[in-house]
Design a binder for this molecule. Sequence first.
Ligand code: THG
Length: 367
Amino acid sequence: MALISPSRRLRRTPFSDGVEAAGVKAYTVYNRMLLPTVFRSVEEDYHHLKSAVQIWDVAVERQVELRGPDAARLMQMLTPRDLRGMNAGQCYYVPIVDETGGMLNDPVAVKLAEDRWWISIADSDLLLWVKGIANGYRLDVLVDEPDVSPLAVQGPKAEALMARVFGDGVKDVKFFRYGMFEFQGRQLVVARSGYSKQGGFEIYVEGSDIAMPLWNALMEAGKDLDVYAGCPNLIERIEGGLLSYGNDMNDDNTPHECGLGKFCNTSTAIGCVGRDALLRVAKEGPVKQLRPIEIHGDAVPTCDRLWPLMDGDRQVGTVSSAAYSPDFATNVAIGMVRMTHWDAGSELDVVTPTGIQPVTVWETFWI
Ligand code: THG
């Protein structure tokens, strides 16, 4: 593919100078911002992520901030996950749905206080939807995108590195919880979370001015831990079944079709705008669902369009993400499969741009 022309519309991040100095080889565009996809090679990055520690510029995970007396009410209008048991200090993975129950985003919600929330968004223009709801319902809440840029520290040595920069207190932060930790006189939200299954943290860097100082401090402190710049890794995230909004699902899909029913409590999520629609579809259950798909044979090409899943000459699904996994010595993939063919062990064929390959449908992801 040709190069992308830089311009002001395609936003750099506060960490872009560090990313470039580390020799980034490819970017994608996410929330109209640059997201690195390759440093050394996707496979080298994969092995390094699983054995050492990486610093990820995930500033593209933009925050939609809700601030004011109606912030909690607005947050519950956006998601079918029941938020009543959620306290400040917690993060929740929350499906966001429209009035038809269609997925608009799959962010991490961060509860800072009853009247202050961050929604750490995937790649869709959620700010516009949230502002529309807030204004349409005349809610007493401010909605905007603050100067907050997540920096992820991921990998088996992430905790060791984080303790050197933020102190041993970070070791006590539990999964999907956060604490406030100081860096250069500023208090930052540091959560145990991130878009990998290797463990790690996300630092919500508030104030672009401390972005590069923090990047440099982590790189310096981790030299003997083999720290390097990294990014969400295609192979690892498919192995782990981490979904990519816009790739694996979009507003045509319900959370149940995406396997996100466990993050929905539709009957008690009072106020959710998609509640009635979801109550209808949840009663019947989905007729298609995302599944781990093993693609046998040669290493597959990049999946940049849906690949048909066939039972003979009948299409029964689509593959939306795929990559060759060195650790499992097979192609790992994510696909949407019709109910009639979604049981574990189901054998189908996938039509890729380079040919037809046999596949097996599974029920649990690789990691
Ligand atoms: N972290 C933050 N913001 C994000 C992402 C992130 N915004 C964009 C994108 N990633 C949103 N999508 C996801 C997808 C999966 C997870 C988080 C965000 C995730 N899932 C875990 C799992 O499925 O194993 C845990 C879910 C849970 O148990 O609550 O972490 O990564 N800040």
